[in-house]
Every structure is written in C-alpha cells, then in structure tokens.
Ligand binder design. Sequence first.
Ligand SMILES: [Zn+2]
Length: 379
Amino acid sequence: MLNKKIVALFLLAAMSITALTGCNSGEEETEASTSEATTTTEATTTTEATTTTSAAPTKTAEEYKADGINELNSVPILMYHRIYDMKNSDTEYTGGNVDKDGYNRTAEAFEADLRSYYQMGYRMMRLTDFVDGRIDVAYGYSPVILTFDDGIRDVVLQGWNEDGSPKFDPSCAIGILEKIKAEFPDYNVTATFFVNSSLFENGEENDRKVMKWMVDNGYDIGNHTRDHKKLGDCDAAEIETQVGAIYKKLEDIIPGQYVNIVALPFGSPESMPAEKPQYQKIFDGTYDGFTYHTRASLLCGWTRAYSPFVREYNYTCIRRIRGYDNNGEDCDIKQNFDQLNNGKRYISDGNPDTIVFPASDNSSGDWLKNTFDHQVISY
Ligand SMILES: [Zn+2]
C-alpha cells in the first residue's frame, strides 16, 4: 500500500514538472510520466519478444540501452518563415529574430541553427516520410525536420546558370541549405516549403522552373492555402477553395511531385472537432474539377512533435517548433532542444522498418499505437 502511494506521488511529481517545463500550452505531456512508471510494470512488459529482421542491425538490449535508442520519443519539426540577409547584430530584437515575435530570422542565425542541429546529432529527413511513419535516420542519430511557410525570402532567385540550374541568393533559405548540403553530405539536407498562390515571388515562370528543380533536388513543396486565410473561420466552400486551388496549381506545375500536407495559416483550426464538419474539407474535397486528399496538417509552433508511433500523435494537428530566440524561454529553439536532449528525443535504431524503444516507455500498454506495419522491438 505504502509502495503504491509512493509511486503515485512520484508520478504526480513527474507530471507536474513536465507541465511546468514542457512547451505544451496546456496539453498534457505523457512521455515523462510513462517512462517514470518503469519499476511497477516491468514484470509484464519485459515478456515482449525482442526479435530483429535480417535487415536490422544486430544489437543487444544492452547496446540499445547504452545508445539510448528510443523511437517513441519526440521529433523537432522546425517552423521557419523568411530568412533575411542580416547579421544578428543588425536587428534590435533578441538573437536572430528579425521581428518582435521572431517569425523571421537572420541568415546568420539560420545557418548557425543548421550547424547546431548537426553537431547535436540530428540529421534531416522529409516531413512526408515522417507522416508515412518511415523514419530513416542512421543508428544513434535523431531526426530533425525543416519547414518554411509563406514562400517569401525562402527561394530568392538571382538568375540561371548555363546548365539550367538556378542561381540562388546565398542568404535566402535555400541558398544556405545548399551551402550546408555541400559541406555535410551525411546531413541529408531537405526541407518542405509551404506556398500560397504567390509561390516564391520570383515571377510565375521562374517559380515554375525553380519548383521543378526543387523537387528534383531533394526539396518538397506543400500547401499553405491560396490566400493565407484562417481556415478555422471559413465555411466548407471557402476551405475547399483555399486548399483545393493550391493543390490544383501544384498539380499543374509539378504533377504528382508535391506533398499532400497543409501548413494551416495561423495554425487555425487548432483541432478538428466533430461539431465542425467543414474542417473535413481540409482533408478531402474537389476544387474546379480537381479532387484532392490531404494526408496531414501542421500547427504553428510551439513544441516538439510526437513520434508518429505513439497514442498522442494526431496527423491533423502536428506540432512544430518556431525557429526563434528568446533566451531559452517561451518555447524558443534553445528551450525546445534542451528538453529534447534531456531525455525526450527520438533516437533511431537505423532501420526505418522497425520501432525500437525501452519496454518501460510503453508500460501503459497503449503508448505505442500506430505501428505502420513495422516490426516492434522493445528492450
Ligand atoms: Zn503563413
């Protein structure tokens, strides 16, 4: 009895600590509390078989443990907007923020962000693979996903090379990404750019050409709605227009090569309750004779995303981290990565077809929920 009380108290303490430190805007974070419950349920959870496919690296439970392999933990999906040709010292705001709220970033800070994620052991992967539950990151490394909204100052074209490749402004997002790609081949540089009807603002003809180049060179393009409207305030017909018009345009420019993912303008709506059936038009609809299907939608900020394998993962409201500085407070980059690096980060077993995690993290029995038909290995 006494023992139970102690465990209950400990759990409560763990949960309140998480509530205080988590960038979660009131949503309860269950990662910490489930992992703290280890000792009470070990006997039942360790009976799960630990087998590997022939493709899986041969690792023992001790090795997984020593390397912290955990594919039920969280993934940082960064949300950036415009990248400006500025040094941090050129702005009057904190760190690399170009505006008060840090939605736009200096080129200096953005490049430093990319170097920092790499040094911390993160490697990039495509957002669309994350939605597919296919996380292909080398053993012992963690995934990081980059997204850009609005299309402005992300892909700034300076002209075309003789071989037909684009010449980018070296200080725009893709200019810096290409520089980092050349420097770190094992970083797997990639990003998803979410556009409105104005695309990247290089002129329609240039943008059509540059978008073809992008999808052929490891970048993805997704849907940020036609006019950047708050979909939470729109009726069904308007949502269908806003979402469908961009899909139709993308289908025309890069047929079958865009991602069926919507970054919700202003992160609205934040949830898809049954009493708002119009929100289903974000996911399925027909615009001007073109029928579309959306596979996932993204919120605006504030914290790390749940692993696609766990119970709390919800493809309709995937969370992102706003790429901004605030001295390690209010869910800025530093605070989020400090939390990730302190026991919250997804650490890969190197095989995208298996899900590996400490048995104690699924002691509730239902934290692992979506297996995507992968082999499950608990240790
Ligand atoms: Zn936007």
